[in-house]
Design a protein around this ligand. Structure first.
Ligand code: TRP
Ligand code: ZN
Length: 853
């Protein structure tokens, strides 16, 4: 990377000074908010020698600077303020700055901004520098006191409330924190409150703050929060540490949510829920994100990151923890399958393209571009492997040591691995490659059988990724079980540790050649390559005792079938249809599992799979084959589907729990399959009768999928026009289910809809993101999909570079496709890159994607 703005991990140096405490005072005004900061500073002995003091600051109007009370005459630079060493005392001193900022003009949603009349902040990763001059780096931690002055009725910040009066409030956060965890909210808000008592008896006032009118849609988020707090006490021994814990829902937000100390700020779509407006998927996501942000209080806040290269230290671990939590609250098996689906759809995709990077990157231009599936999801997988390798006890001891040793610190991946080494005595030098080497390993497996001995030959291939041609073998935990031909398990799950490029593992004393179940629970984030016939896959789908691999067998079978149809034409074989019929109607299986098993691999997943097999995927062919396979499945299952749907219908009042959600999931899948044959009759009925959003939107999708539903689309819009989060579904669904030739046109039409507020990130994602996610539509050979997405990224970039850059990953798969499509994508990326004034965010992304060719 040759960009002069590149930052390198190897360049890390401790900060010149220590910040002992911070006092901030805000006088809020939409156009001229005044921020007064008092920083109590002293030289950092670790930095050695005399240094100037650098304070980051962007888009600030400096009014004054005082050092120990005396005015300084300083001219700020474009991105900060430098105070020369000769002005700085060697003893502790106080630096006071006064700046003016304009929250109303802040469309980037970083720093202090306004969302529908309310003030809010987003500081991770580097937004605090748009609020005041400060060493905006995570290894500078300090306690903050905050005073807010405003006429608005609710004034919130981090920590505990200290005092409040007419037009002001004061907050005190005793826990030292980096600036990225600072938060402030002011607005006309109402709270849904609940009490919580921690294990050691601390009373905590929990509050979820929303716009008046939304308070009756907070109960599920509150329930999720209480369960998260209890779970972290029970499973990790971690208690909450302030008198209040507040969550605020805002409508304009770049990501999902943010773990600011004691004051989490959420995208409103991950807080507000009622049966009428939220799908079961929404409920599950709310539960997971509430937990995720709460868990950051220990993994992220009490122990933070030394620098942004260590991002996975908090994100990988916190994702791992929220996945464990959801597994405990719901079905661990179903949760694991869903997590692997996401991992493959987002992280494997990233790893196989030009944006591949290690879990701990070593350089970046814009850190916002590294909040990726690799850092988050692969980061979590790496922790899962570590846990598998050291065992549950070893993991528990290592985490206790981590919290004991690093509480209050800004830590590194080296610190993290060291606690595992110290707690378990295991050498993790080779394991560390998971943090430094990008790319998805391929695990090639073959076997042989002779004289009662069964041998598995494992080979790992670590393909090159941008900037990393050579890779060394990693430690890969391969969980394996063996089944007898009659379906009994003869060797229960054992973990083989593959540490070399090639290794063989022997199982002795077997009576018959077993059927292996490999990579149980998806024990490592690798692509498994093994020649397996349809018969063996169907056998595992029927008999595997490992629920993940049971599902995986069906998945692999479906991919084989679709792949063969793409290559050779023809219709799906009856073995696959019979195997799926078995699962669909097997009442002994969890409905949620059956729903997952009946879902066909997505078009993008098929493209990725074909790419992995060395083919050039044809988006139109994949789309057509997937439809044909779906219709064949419908013909096989149709006779049983109405009965299945009746049995699955909700009997009592709506509940959002996993069991009820699983029944609805299967009912909706059944409806969508049935709709391929009945002209939409059943879907129209379900739509009309639905008392919950899962079925309402599921029925609408079933209709759109068969080119129907015009009346229902209109009715839906009439009913939900006042609810932005629900209307996002309306926008997205019409585009996601448009046929390849029409997707760009439908998108274009919806971008001129009066409710298309493109400056709102949720709405932008609902529309432009839906087109990027419509595989055949986005990749239409005409280039219309590419052009439209590029147009909108160019339009959004000057206002909101973070979201524009994030959404540009739509193009990351371009090297997969044929020369014609490649040329069109490259043309669009060059057009983006050539746009005058392009942001650092989007230019880094477009540049990295183009560098691949
Ligand atoms: N730390 C947040 C999380 O994982 C995510 C985050 C990073 C974020 N940068 C952000 C959220 C910018 C909103 C805006 O939960
Ligand atoms: Zn996080």
């Amino acid at each position: 990377m040759s960009d002069p703005r590149t930052v390198y991990l190897a360049d890390y140096r401790p900060f010149s000074h220590i910040v002992d405490r911070v006092e901030l005072s805000f006088r809020l005004d939409p156009r001229a908010t005044r921020v007064a900061a008092r920083l109590h500073l002293r030289p950092n002995p670790e930095a050695r020698g005399r240094h100037h003091l650098w304070l980051d600051g962007e888009e600030l109007r400096l009014v004054s600077v005082r050092l120990d009370g005396a005015l300084l005459d300083l001219t700020p630079e474009e991105n900060g303020l430098s105070i020369p060493a000769e002005l700085l005392p060697e003893a502790p001193f106080v630096l006071e700055t006064l700046v003016e900022i304009s929250p109303e003009a802040n469309t980037a949603l970083e720093g202090l901004y306004m969302s529908r009349g309310m003030y809010c902040t987003q500081c991770e990763a580097q937004g605090f520098r748009k609020i005041t001059y400060y060493p905006d780096r995570p290894d500078v931690m300090a306690p903050f006191k905050v005073r807010i002055e405003s006429d608005l009725p609710v004034l919130l910040s981090n920590g505990n409330p200290v005092a409040t009066g007419e037009g002001w409030a004061e907050w005190d956060d005793p826990w030292p924190k980096p600036a990225y965890l600072f938060a402030l909210v002011a607005g006309d808000l109402v709270a849904h409150h609940a009490p919580f008592t921690t294990a050691s008896g601390r009373a905590v006032d929990l509050g979820i703050w929303v716009r008046p009118g939304d308070q009756d849609r907070c109960a599920y988020a509150m329930d999720s929060l209480i369960r998260s707090m209890r779970w972290d006490e029970e499973v990790y021994g971690r208690e909450y540490d302030l008198d209040v814990f507040n969550i605020v829902a805002v409508d304009d937000f770049n990501m999902g949510a943010m773990e600011n100390k004691g004051l989490n700020i959420f995208n409103s779509r991950y807080v507000l829920a009622s049966p009428e407006t939220a799908t079961d998927e929404d409920f599950a996501r709310i539960e997971a994100i509430i937990a995720h942000e709460y868990f950051h209080n220990w993994t992220g806040n009490r122990i933070t990151c030394r620098d942004w290269f260590q991002l996975c230290l908090k994100e990988g671990l916190t994702v791992f923890r929220d996945q464990q939590f959801s597994g405990d609250m719901r079905s661990a098996a179903v949760k694991r399958i869903e997590d692997v689906l996401t991992l493959r759809a987002r992280q494997f995709r990233e790893d196989q393209g030009p944006l591949a990077h290690p879990v701990r990157p070593e350089s970046f231009v814009e850190i916002n571009n590294f909040y990726t599936a690799t850092v988050y999801e692969k980061g979590a997988e790496v922790i899962g492997m570590l846990k598998r390798l050291v065992g549950d006890d070893g993991y528990a001891r290592a985490l206790d040591l981590y919290f004991a040793r690093h509480d209050g610190q800004a830590a590194t991946i080296e610190d993290w691995l060291k606690v595992f080494e110290d707690a378990t005595g295991r050498d993790l030098a080779q394991f560390k490659r998971w943090y430094s080497q990008a790319g998805t390993p391929r695990l090639k497996v073959s076997d042989d059988w002779a004289d009662g001995t069964y041998t598995l030959h494992l080979e790992q291939v670590n393909p090159p990724t941008p900037g990393q041609d050579h890779k060394d073998p990693k430690v890969i935990p391969v969980a394996v079980g063996l089944l007898n031909p009659n379906g009994d398990e003869v060797v229960p799950t054992t973990v083989l540790e593959l540490t070399e490029a090639k290794q063989s593992f022997r199982f002795e004393g077997l009576a018959a050649k077993p059927v292996p179940s490999i990579l149980r629970g998806f024990s490592a984030p690798v692509v498994l390559e093994r020649e397996v016939g349809a018969g063996e896959r169907a056998f595992l789908l029927a008999h595997d005792t490992d629920p993940f691999n049971k599902w995986e067998a069906g998945r692999a079978l479906a991919k084989d079938v679709l792949g063969r149809m793409v290559r050779d034409g023809g219709e799906p074989g009856s073995d696959w249809l019979e195997a799926l019929a078995q699962v669909a109607f097997d009442e002994s299986l969890d409905p949620a599992f059956r729903a997952l098993a009946l879902r066909l691999p997505s078009d993008d997943d098929m493209a990725q799979t074909l790419q992995g097999a060395g083919m050039v995927p044809d988006p139109d062919a994949i789309w057509a084959v997937r439809r044909r396979a779906g219709e064949a499945l419908a013909r096989r299952l149709a006779p049983g589907l109405p009965g299945l749907m009746d049995r699955l219908a909700d009997k009592g009042p709506f509940t959002p729990d996993a069991k009820a959600a699983g029944r609805r999931a299967l009912r909706v899948v059944a409806l969508q399959i049935l709709s391929k044959l009945d002209g939409g009759a059943a879907a129209r009925q379900v739509f009309a009768a639905a008392n919950n959003m899962t079925e309402e939107v599921g029925a609408l999708a079933a209709l759109l999928d068969i080119g129907q539903g015009e009346a229902e689309v209109a009715r839906f819009a009439g009913r939900w026009a006042g609810d932005a989060n629900v209307m996002d579904k309306w926008f997205a669904l019409q585009i996601a289910l448009a046929t390849p030739d029409w997707a760009a046109a439908v998108t274009e039409r919806l971008t001129s809809h009066p409710a298309f507020d493109w400056k709102n990130p949720n709405r932008f994602r609902a529309v432009i993101g839906a087109l990027s996610g419509n595989h055949a539509g986005f990749h239409a050979a005409s280039g219309a999909g590419y052009r439209l997405v590029a147009d909108w990224l160019i339009k959004l970039d000057p206002l909101n570079p973070q979201t524009a850059a994030r959404m540009s990953t739509a193009f990351e798969t371009w090297p997969r496709y044929d020369a014609g499509r490649q040329a069109r994508v490259k043309g669009e990326l060059q057009r983006i890159l050539g746009t005058p004034g392009l942001s650092r965010d989007l230019s880094e992304m477009a540049g990295r994607m183009l560098a691949a060719g």
